[in-house]
Design a protein around this ligand. Structure first.
Ligand code: KIV
Length: 259
């Protein structure tokens, strides 16, 4: 069994084969998705919502990220593994650097994802020098969001469009190896595909990206918070899970009567 490398991900982009990515937070799901053949598994700070039951990702600590990244990366044999740097780690450049090193060195992950902030772009080179590959997350950045109205598509106005394009190019120039675009307009995605050499993974950003990522609990249909609007409903597994589990409950209920 071969391990998916960055080179392999780049070759998928070149061959126009969609890059498949999903989140996992524990060993069992990680093994399941790895065995199914996902190219990338992300330990997302969405664990704040789906694991901890909080309203956003803001309260996830670096300690929690390391714990979940260890569980996932120890279980994965094949997929390329990325972990999020949580909001807590981005309070200063010094903390970004020390927490990234701690996350990378205490786990078996292959890459770290950071929500784009021009203030810390210079750190990309420092992390690259330490052989830590980076993914830059642009568009809707959950760590920066405080109001409901900020959950929307980004890049519809000319100003936002040029800002996202400029920032994505800046991230690539400073050494980002993958760009993740969350809730970005199709026109920006199309433009960026002509400008960037590195792969674009999208979520809620339409079909034109080099690959797609999904929060696993959204795909299962069991997320603690509301499902995002962009989820393709026909792939949600909740009905199948519900039916089998209800059948199991009913079977147990009937057991004593059968003895
Ligand atoms: O934390 C997360 O799950 C993410 C999504 C965009 C996949 O970053």
């Amino acid at each position: 069994m071969y391990k998916v490398s960055l080179k392999k991900i780049y070759s998928l982009k070149k061959k126009h084969i969609g890059i498949t990515s999903i989140t996992a937070y524990d060993a069992s799901f990680a093994k399941f998705f790895d065995d199914l053949g996902f190219d990338i598994i992300l330990i997302g700070d969405s664990l704040g919502e789906v694991i901890k039951g909080e309203k956003n990702t803001h309260n996830v600590s670096i300690k929690e990220m390391i714990y979940h990244a260890q569980s996932v990366s120890n279980a994965v044999k094949r997929s390329y593994v990325i972990a999020d740097l949580p909001k807590e780690s981005c309070s200063s450049n010094r903390k970004i650097l020390s927490d990234s090193i701690a996350l990378f060195e205490n786990t078996k992950i292959d890459m770290i994802k950071i929500e784009f902030d021009e203030k810390n772009i210079k750190l990309f080179q420092k992390l690259n020098d330490k052989k830590i590959p980076l993914c830059s997350h642009l568009g809707l950045r959950p760590q920066f969001i405080n109001k409901k109205c900020e959950f929307r598509i980004y890049g519809r106005t000319e100003k936002e469009k040029s800002e996202i394009i400029r920032n994505a190019l800046l991230a690539e120039k400073h050494g980002a190896k993958i760009i993740l675009l969350e809730c970005v307009s199709t026109s920006v995605v199309k433009k960026l595909r002509t400008l960037l050499k590195i792969p674009i993974i999208g979520i809620g950003s339409g079909d034109n990206c080099d690959g797609q990522i999904i929060v696993s609990y959204d795909l299962l249909g069991i997320s603690f918070n509301r499902l995002p609007k962009f989820i393709q409903k026909n792939y949600i597994c909740r009905n199948v899970l519900e039916k089998n589990i209800k059948d199991y409950i009913n079977m147990i209920k009937r057991l004593p009567d059968k003895c």
